[in-house]
Design a binder for this molecule. Structure first.
Ligand SMILES: Cc1cc2nc3c(=O)[nH]c(=O)nc-3n(C[C@H](O)[C@H](O)[C@H](O)COP(=O)(O)OP(=O)(O)OC[C@H]3O[C@@H](n4cnc5c(N)ncnc54)[C@H](O)[C@@H]3O)c2cc1C
Length: 346
């Protein structure tokens, strides 16, 4: 049995720590949330979307990652006795001829028939959306309720003496390597200032989102997401999550006026129903230039590793890659070169 410290309790650290615990390891988690800013996992909607982008491309390794994610979160749901996973479909608003053409091409392409069908004028969102659109339905989407999962583990690990509420100070790294067999850093975007992992090709991005309520007496969609330039997803507590911006240039991680205006403009293009903004949130995503996770042990300090770079897709990526990394750590199986940090030279 190894004594392992996980630094960071976002979705990456939580799923990795839980996976390691499942193999009987002696796992501790250290997390010191900043009380002035939110982590990416605290802001994210937790949406899993199989078909993305202007050309409606299938998300990388989707079938494999989705099957693993679904099994993992349903197991967590059964273990914790609370809803974590919600199967959803996405109603993609289509208007421009190019969009309709791309959609039609995809809906008849091999490998896509399980995911998308023909565009139609009918949708759950129809009476709340701008009328001059067709809707393409995307199946096999889901939402993972980070807002339920992460606080439950935080409390459980705190009560069990497994969560250390402090910021990991890099100057203490040697001291910690005497106490632990392995230290795995899951620090989200802050990994880009870790002295041992700065050389990785970070490309961190800020994202902003709203929580809104719609001003209507009509029954509202609860298991359909509406998507055009932003995504509108039902929240368990009522209301909707709306997001998000994708900013490369920013001075802080707080909600901004530019972000608010952008979200309002894009919501205005989609919704015919008035709404109230209940909250405006922002965080920085741990995105990577090649859009692949950052996983592995440090080449010179083999007790120190990283599990990060989940980018815009933490919900989908965390379970499969945590399992993959755990097999590497405990059984010595090779890491997939696509995610191995050795693809970047120190
Ligand atoms: C607006 C927005 C919308 C998004 N929507 C989605 C979505 O719908 N679906 C999806 O899958 N993904 C989405 N994402 C992306 C998702 O948030 C990330 O992929 C995921 O949350 C990254 O998780 P993480 O655990 O790596 O990092 P984080 O969530 O940032 O967690 C890192 C944790 O480590 C702690 N930490 C850092 N450094 C230290 C240290 N030195 N000592 C102690 N603790 C430390 C932090 O306090 C934090 O708790 C969205 C992101 C944003 C910003």
């Amino acid at each position: 049995m190894k004594k392992i410290l996980i630094v960071g309790q976002g979705i990456a650290g939580t799923v990795l720590a839980w996976t390691l615990q499942g193999t009987g390891q002696d796992v501790y988690v250290m997390d010191a949330p900043d009380h002035h800013t939110l982590s990416a996992s605290q802001v994210a909607a937790g949406i899993i979307n199989p078909v993305t982008g202007k050309r409606f491309a299938k998300s990388w390794m989707f079938e494999t990652l989705f099957a693993h994610a679904r099994a993992c979160y349903l197991q967590l749901e059964a273990q914790l006795g609370v809803p974590i996973w919600q199967d959803l479909c996405i109603e993609r608003m289509l208007q421009q001829p190019e969009e309709l053409n791309n959609w039609s091409l995809r809906s008849h392409a091999p490998g896509f028939s399980d995911f998308i069908g023909d565009a139609t004028p009918m949708a759950q969102w129809k009476k709340f959306a701008k009328s001059d659109h067709l809707f393409g339905r995307i199946q096999h989407a889901a939402r993972v309720r980070f807002e339920t999962l992460l606080p439950i583990f935080r409390e459980k690990w705190l009560n069990g003496g497994r969560l250390i509420e402090q910021k990991f100070d890099y100057q203490d790294i040697e001291k910690f390597t005497l106490d632990f067999d392995l230290i795995i850093f899951c620090e989200g975007y802050r990994g880009n200032s870790h002295p041992l992992f700065q050389h990785l090709a970070w490309n961190i991005t800020k994202g902003e989102a709203f929580h809104i309520t719609l001003k209507t007496d009509q029954p509202l969609p609860t298991s359909e997401v509406l998507k055009k330039s932003v995504l509108i997803a039902p929240l368990q507590a009522g209301g909707y999550w709306v997001g998000s911006t994708n900013e490369w240039k920013y001075t802080d991680s707080l909600p901004s006026t530019a972000g608010r205006i952008w979200l309002e403009q894009n919501l205005g293009d989609m919704l015919a129903t008035p709404y109230t903004v209940e909250a405006h949130l922002a965080a920085i995503r741990p995105t990577v230039k090649d859009r692949r996770p950052l996983i592995g042990l440090h080449s010179q300090f083999p007790k120190i590793g990283i599990f990060n770079g989940l980018g815009t897709k933490g919900a989908l990526l965390a379970p499969y890659w945590a399992h993959h990394f755990v097999q590497h750590l405990l059984e010595g199986t090779a890491l997939d070169p696509q995610v191995d940090i050795r693809r970047f030279s120190a």
